[in-house]
Design a protein around this ligand. Structure first.
Ligand code: BES
Ligand code: MN
Ligand code: ZN
Length: 498
């Protein structure tokens, strides 16, 4: 979809549909009232007839509204004015876009961005409208032989900036919102692609393309070099697969040479069968999403590249399939990690931590200001937090707070989980330095404790996105999370948080 900014009044903006808001108890928003003055009270009379009561998310499309340049006018319910905040604003925009997509309009002008009631400036309002609109119109039909184009879906959306003086801030908001929407879309696309297409090699190719487009440095480490580096844990996961594993390194150098980079490390298991500790058949298809951490790193780097953020960011993606086979790792096998620590692999299905531990050790080479890993790591995290919040673990409280603040600002929730040493006992092994599993109790915490043993030399946080990276059921598909969180975190670090 194409976006633009308009500062003409709602009644005079020409489009397929002008979208304005109505509060509960039938109060027209400022933009709706302005349009109604042109329409000589037409809206007011319809609202008073009771056809639009202003309930949040309700929509009503009107045709032939007199003296208005647009072909249609859409009224969107905003709920009670006193309770109209950020969240309600985003919901109203989503409802408007959903309805717009079902009308015959191919272009529209959205004037919800002009609602003064949200205590946010026009940059925020535009950025959030664009991000929400991008989210709402997303479709994944790359793998269908035909796409259903029954209706001409919405192609162009103009956002009302109110007046000319707001144009510059609105344009900045547009750029930011677009960058986030594009990053989220990329993460969704990569997540939704089946594992026979989205292999480690495919992720490496996509990274090369990103690097070319945004002038980043890319390095792809192959298995021979992994061996030289001593990445015994990462290699142990790849042993059962016919697909070669990769370790992808993407560097965005937007900051000063001397500035230490933020390293984003994403779990890239392109399919997780569990290996010899084979998973049960039902829903196993969803294990194609086990590379959503990697996808979120690429999505975030796309957003960062598009915004040319003045900050240094390194993306590190260990990627492989986890398959059973004659050469596959067996329960009880002991491997030596790049750090030198040995691990007894008691369950080959706890493979995420095995590829991440070597990637974390590798990340240390960049002398990072902070390392954040993102992983669909544990089913236990889904039990703990459901599909609402990602689990956040950190060895540094200030970093945890920074990420939580970004999560709230981006409407991409995370919840701080404990990482006390008390839990480390559960990883005890009789034969190696420690085991790769810690039993059922606190499964997401012991997984994080395992990773913490490889993150002692830097500030580190871990996001367990097992419950938030994709949806199951009728709406099965990747969510693009936590690209909004990560992008917000980097925006703030780059001094562009507001
Ligand atoms: N990729 C899975 C985690 C997962 C499971 C995410 C279900 C989303 C839904 C991970 O590799 C895994 O299999 N973890 C095991 C760990 C266990 C063997 C200690 C799990 O959570 O069951
Ligand atoms: Mn697994
Ligand atoms: Zn996994």
């Amino acid at each position: 979809m194409e976006f633009s900014i308009k500062s003409t009044s709602p009644g005079q903006t020409k489009s397929g549909c002008a979208v304005v808001g109505v509060f509960e108890s039938r109060k027209l928003s400022t933009a709706a009232a302005a349009l109604d003055r042109d329409a000589k009270g037409h809206l007011k009379s319809i609202v008073e007839r009771g056809d639009m009561d202003g309930k949040l998310g309700m929509t009503l499309v009107l045709h032939n509204v007199p003296n208005v340049a647009s072909e249609r006018v859409m009224l969107v319910g905003l709920g009670p004015e006193s309770g109209f905040r950020d969240k309600q604003y985003r919901e109203a925009v989503a409802a408007a876009i959903k309805t717009l997509n079902a009308t015959g309009a191919t272009d529209a002008s959205l004037h919800l961005t002009e609602i003064g009631s949200v205590k946010r400036d026009v940059k925020w309002r535009v950025a959030n409208a664009v991000a929400v609109a991008g989210e709402t119109v997303y479709r994944f039909d790359k793998m269908k032989s035909k796409t259903d184009e029954a209706r001409p879906a919405l192609r162009r959306l103009a956002l009302g900036a109110g007046d000319k003086s707001a144009l510059r801030r609105a344009t900045a908001g547009l750029e930011e919102g677009l960058a986030i929407a594009h990053g989220v879309s990329l993460a969704k696309d990569l997540g939704n692609l089946p594992a026979n297409v989205c292999t480690p090699t495919y992720l490496a190719e996509q990274s090369r393309e990103l690097a070319k487009r945004y002038r980043m440095k890319v390095t792809v480490i192959e298995s021979e070099d992994m061996e030289k580096l001593g990445m015994g844990a990462l290699l142990s996961v790849a042993r059962g697969s016919a697909q070669p594993p990769k370790l992808i390194v993407l560097e965005h150098r937007g900051g000063a040479k001397s500035q230490k980079p933020v390293a984003l490390v994403g779990k890239g298991i392109t399919f997780d069968t569990g290996g010899i500790s084979l998973k049960p058949a039902p829903e196993m298809d969803e294990m194609k999403f086990d590379m959503c951490g990697a996808a979120s790193v690429l999505g975030t780097l796309k957003a960062v590249g598009e915004m040319r953020l003045p900050i240094n960011v390194v993306g590190i993606i260990p990627t492989t399939e986890n398959m059973p086979g004659g050469r596959a790792t067996k329960p009880g096998d002991i491997v030596t990690t790049m750090s030198g620590q040995t691990v007894e692999i008691l369950n080959t299905d706890a493979e995420g931590r095995l590829i991440l531990c070597d990637a974390l050790t590798f990340a240390g080479r960049f002398e990072p200001a902070a390392v954040i890993d993102i992983a669909t790591l544990t089913g236990a995290c889904v039990i703990a937090l459901g599909h609402v919040a990602s689990g956040l673990f950190a060895n540094d409280d200030a970093l945890a707070r920074e990420l939580l603040t970004a999560a709230d600002a981006a409407f991409d929730r995370a919840w701080h989980m404990p990482l006390w040493d008390d839990y480390q006992e559960q990883l005890k092994s009789n034969f190696a330095d420690f085991a790769n599993i810690g039993g059922r109790p606190a499964g997401s915490v012991t997984a994080a404790c395992f990773l913490a043993r490889f993150a002692k030399k830097f500030r580190w946080a871990h996001l367990d996105i097992a419950g938030t990276a994709w949806k199951s059921g009728k709406e099965k598909g990747a969510t693009g999370r936590p690209v909004p969180l990560l992008t917000q975190f980097l925006l703030t670090r780059a001094g562009r948080g507001k």
